[in-house]
Design a protein. Structure first.
Length: 314
């Protein structure tokens, strides 16, 4: 609504600007008051409805009413099926209801073959939901207590299987351990020692690269350890201010994954003084090789201190 719209456009520029200014002030005031108003107002515009001059208005309204009626019937049918399931009454199978609906459709096609489409919409009083409910009642009468007992047995078996699967999953969860004191004092140094150890294995470095999904790195360089930690920090989001990689946090991430056995690494090969087996000979081992553990980084110190040993969390 325009404020003070004149009958004639022959007004002075000053008056026109004054009207525009007052209109803008009024709209600004209304917007400010609307923000303070606690009453909820929907942003969706209300449906204006069908105009009276719209062609076939009655037919459109009839189709809308029919769609609404079908939706209500479907909801009622769903409620009755859910109620029957709660009471222990068998629900008819989809195939049986589909056959019943097909038979009714064929009968209706034969009966109303020569009738126009408009007459079919007016005279067709068949309700497939009634046939569905009738078949459900017929199957409910043939339902016995033995079937209910079988259903209860199946439910108990399913619950037992679910419990067993849950217990199996809990067994496979990684064990939470406390990091040794040596690792917490200088984690970057510990990871550097770990990378040096893994370079003596066949696929230790490749396993770490695949686990953290970092790009391939050249192991011959002197800054391989720092570049590896930089890539791990970028992948795991261990970034400081300005996007600078936090090497300390990245090293703790690597040590934590290794400590909780999420990252499985091979043990370094120990050089034996005895003569090795030939190429054509086959060695039979009695046990599988144990994965590399974090305590192996400080095995050269003689023996581990009590506070550095890994302890289980209670």
């Amino acid at each position: 609504m325009k404020v003070g719209k004149p009958q004639s456009k022959r007004v002075s520029v000053r008056l026109r600007h004054k009207i525009q200014k007052s209109s803008a002030a009024k709209q600004r005031k209304n917007r400010k008051e609307a923000k303070k108003n606690p009453q909820w107002v929907s942003r969706l515009k209300k449906d204006p409805g069908i105009p009276n001059l719209f062609p076939f208005k009655a037919k459109v309204l009839a189709e809308i009413e029919e769609a609404r009626r079908r939706k209500e019937e479907e909801q009622q049918n769903k409620r009755e099926i859910a109620k029957a399931q709660r009471l222990g009454i068998a629900v008819p199978e989809a195939g049986v209801s589909a056959e019943v609906e097909d038979d009714e459709d064929e009968e209706l096609m034969d009966h109303t073959g020569d009738v126009d489409d408009d007459d079919e919409m007016d005279d067709d009083d068949s309700n497939p939901m009634a046939a569905l409910l009738a078949s459900a009642q017929a199957r409910a009468q043939t339902y016995s207590k033995d079937d209910e007992n079988e259903d209860d047995e199946n439910e108990t078996d399913k619950k037992k299987n679910a419990k067993q699967s849950k217990s199996a999953v809990t067994i496979k969860e990684p064990i939470k351990r406390v990091l040794p004191k040596q690792a917490l004092e200088d984690p970057v140094k510990a990871v550097s020692a770990l990378l040096v150890r893994m370079q003596t294995t066949q696929d230790g470095i490749q396993r770490m690269i695949d686990y953290y999904q970092v790009p391939a790195l050249v192991t011959s360089g002197t800054d391989f350890n720092s570049r590896f930690l930089v890539e791990v920090a970028r992948k795991r989001g261990r970034l400081g201010k300005g996007g600078v990689p936090n090497l300390h946090a990245a090293a703790l991430t690597v040590l934590g994954d290794l400590n909780e056995e999420r990252l499985l690494l091979p043990t370094p090969q120990i050089k034996k003084t005895s003569s090795a087996a030939g190429k054509g000979e086959v060695q039979i081992v009695s046990t599988m090789a144990q994965p590399f553990r974090l305590e192996g980084l400080w095995a050269d110190d003689g023996k581990l201190r009590g506070d550095g040993a890994m302890a289980m969390e209670s």
